[in-house]
Design a protein around this ligand. Structure first.
Ligand code: ZN
Length: 121
């Protein structure tokens, strides 16, 4: 099991957990400030693979420059690069939701990614 500590990116945690677990094929369990990934089968989860998935997640939502990723043993820590709250240009909050299962995200790219899951079977 690998823990991803998201206390510096809590607003992204839900989306990140879904994206990362889809990407690497793991089961996420979401806690207050972190999520824990457990392997689907007997295969061990490798931290470098998860870090790659987290980077892919930040890239897909255009946040690569704002977060760093540290890892130690079975813990992956998301670090906000800027001190204090990140200044964002105000924009209207849009919500994208999945018509199949009700999954909700603020990022269209994540919804598209999520939707693919429904068409696999
Ligand atoms: Zn869905």
């Amino acid at each position: 099991m690998i823990t991803v500590d998201c206390r510096e990116a809590e607003h992204l945690m839900q989306d990140m957990a879904v994206f990362v677990s889809d990407w690497i094929g793991a089961i996420p369990s979401i806690k207050l400030h972190e999520f824990v990934l457990s392997p689907l089968g007997s295969e061990m989860l490798a931290a470098p693979k998860i870090i790659k998935a987290v980077k892919e997640f930040f890239a897909s939502i255009g946040e690569t420059a704002n977060y760093g990723i540290l890892s130690k043993d079975d813990l992956i820590l998301i670090k906000s690069i800027h001190d204090g709250p990140i200044q964002k240009t105000p924009r209207t909050e849009s919500i994208f939701s999945c018509t199949h299962c009700g999954y909700v995200t603020r990022y269209e790219v994540l919804l598209q990614n999520h939707m693919k899951m429904h068409y696999i079977f």
